[in-house]
Design a binder for this molecule. Structure first.
Ligand SMILES: Nc1ncnc2c1ncn2[C@@H]1O[C@H](COP(=O)(O)OP(=O)(O)OP(=O)(O)O)[C@@H](O)[C@H]1O
Ligand SMILES: [Mg+2]
Length: 330
């Protein structure tokens, strides 16, 4: 499919002169960056003589990257034969940068709120640690410190510091600098597989499925959801987690289902509240789902958690179903 005509706008976007490009296939604009998922869409559309609209990473003559929102329309002659394709290129690099900036600002905003919230939340455990240590010192000075006192107080100090440390771990998602990229969803869950050893973890999507999103943030969210499933199982349960992903033009939908008893209906309204947990303070801070929701909002996504039924291996299972939606904004 050689180029037979380009207009002046093409010249000003790409920096190539018309004569330089005539006769060439427009894939030369990809340089060596050929392994783009969207290219397959073009091939598919051309094969089926269909219209398509895609986003490509293209390169100007001087090597600068630009994001090209390209629409391709087939033109048929009077016999219905496909004769030409008309392509309209749109340099959306600036728009993408603005988008990126918007997300950074939103992240900074939610970070400010969280720090306010965090400092408030730290006061009580810190004062507990200080009171317990003070009490040990005082009792020791007056010779009334029993062995039982010492063990009890230090145990509480250790569990409280563990709690504070858990809170910090939950905040990891704010400390990483993430960018939108194309990656295989299966890469995210490779590490999780190892942690979920004694659980039948079924991945229903294709291991080659590629998505465009914020890999590190998404990994944190998925890891948080999987550990919630893990925590929900009783020792005797026949533990099953089923993860799937469906990709469409506008959105990516990831589901994580488990066959534990599901979320208690009395508390299901509250599970996204910060610091809401049904676990012991050394095991859960209750920030998990709250932060997952904030992170996903920051990358143009959302999450819901419901109880429901699902079929796996011809059997019906009941449990919690978490659904992440990631919107494919340009
Ligand atoms: N898959 C699930 N099955 C059953 N209950 C769940 C599930 N996921 C979440 N929950 C309930 O929602 C509560 C809140 O979850 P969230 O992830 O916010 O906090 P957490 O897991 O308790 O603590 P952490 O901050 O360590 O994540 C949990 O304590 C649990 O009661
Ligand atoms: Mg959790």
């Amino acid at each position: 499919m050689p180029l037979i005509f380009v207009n002046d706008a093409f010249v000003s976007i790409t920096g190539y002169e018309k004569e330089e490009v005539y006769g060439k296939n427009c894939r030369f604009l990809q340089n060596d960056d050929r392994n783009q998922e969207t290219v397959y869409k073009v091939r598919e559309a051309i094969k089926n003589k269909e219209y398509c609209e895609i986003e490509l990473r293209n390169y100007k003559k001087d090597g600068t990257l630009f994001y090209n929102l390209l629409s391709l329309s087939p033109i048929f002659d009077s016999h219905g034969e496909l004769t030409y394709y008309i392509g309209i290129q749109n340099d959306i690099t600036k728009l993408k940068q603005q988008n990126e900036l918007y997300f950074q600002q939103k992240r900074a905003e939610s970070l400010t709120n969280l720090i306010k919230n965090l400092s408030h939340q730290w006061r009580q455990p810190l004062s507990l640690i200080s009171t317990l240590s003070g009490s040990i010192q005082l009792k020791n000075e007056v010779g009334l410190l029993s062995n039982d006192d010492l063990v009890e107080h230090t145990t509480r100090i250790i569990s409280t510091t563990q709690y504070l440390s858990n809170i910090l771990t939950d905040f990891d998602g704010f400390l990483i600098n993430d960018n939108r990229e194309n990656f295989k969803l299966s890469e995210i869950i490779n590490d999780e597989m190892k942690i979920l050893k004694d659980i039948n973890f079924i991945v229903e999507f294709d291991s080659n499925l590629e998505i465009s999103s914020y890999k590190n943030i998404l990994q944190i969210c998925i890891s948080g959801l999987l550990s919630n499933c893990k925590d929900a199982f009783g020792i005797e349960d026949n533990k099953l987690i089923v993860m799937d992903c469906i990709k469409s033009k506008d959105e990516i939908i990831i589901t994580i289902k488990d066959n534990s008893s599901g979320v208690n209906e009395n508390i299901i309204e509250n599970i996204f509240d910060p610091y809401f947990t049904t676990k012991h303070q050394t095991q859960g801070t209750g920030l998990g789902l709250y932060l997952i929701q904030v992170f996903l909002q920051n990358i143009g996504g959302s999450i819901i958690v419901k109880n429901g039924k699902f079929i796996y291996d011809n059997k019906e299972h009941i449990g919690a179903i978490a659904t992440i939606t990631l919107f494919n904004e340009i």
